[in-house]
Design a protein around this ligand. Structure first.
Ligand SMILES: [Mg+2]
Length: 179
């Protein structure tokens, strides 16, 4: 069975706002980017369980500039810039249109597979809805400090369940939304 997907944001997750001793500053494409070797090790650990996928506005630049510095291979990329809304996309309240702009492309990319999404910008409403979806884990990350070991343990110990479990949950009449 295919692994669940792990959608990875970069800024505010792997590149935190606040510098600390574990991070090295790099000048990349006119930005100062803070990266940590520990993040690379954690992501390689997670790759045993998940199919890592970039879900960042860095898009393909993540494979050129971030992945090599974290010791990661070239990863699949969710393309946000080229995404055009399609019939059947989830409808978001106006207040969430900006913060939820990654949601439809992520769902299209997942195409029904279980997934986790780690990002510092996830509408609270989406995070709440995901609690009713055993096949989805949405983790809102504090951008000040970025990804920590607690998040990794959560993803390893209580990750998204296979879709079969969702079918069972449906039978037990748990509320499951299409999107
Ligand atoms: Mg971010």
């Amino acid at each position: 069975m295919a692994k669940p997907l792990l959608f990875l944001d970069i800024d505010g997750v792997l590149n935190p706002v606040l510098p600390s001793a574990e991070f090295t500053a790099y000048d990349i494409l006119d930005h100062t980017v803070l990266l940590s070797a520990a993040h690379g090790a954690w992501l390689r650990e997670l790759s045993a369980v998940y199919e890592l996928t970039w879900a960042s506005t860095w898009e393909h630049e993540a494979n050129r500039h971030i992945a090599p510095r974290l010791g990661l291979p070239v990863l699949p990329v969710v393309e946000f810039g080229r995404y055009r809304p399609r019939p059947g996309d989830p409808r978001l309240p106006r207040a969430d249109l900006f913060t939820g702009r990654k949601w439809a492309p992520i769902l299209r990319h997942a195409a029904g597979r279980p997934f986790a999404w780690i990002d510092d910008v996830i509408p609270r409403r989406l995070a709440r809805q995901a609690r009713f979806r055993p096949d989805r884990v949405l983790l809102r990350i504090n951008p000040g400090h970025g990804l920590n070991r607690g998040h990794v343990d959560r993803l390893l110990n209580r990750g998204p369940l296979p879709t079969r479990s969702v079918r069972l949950a449906r039978r037990e009449s748990l509320t499951v939304h299409q999107f």
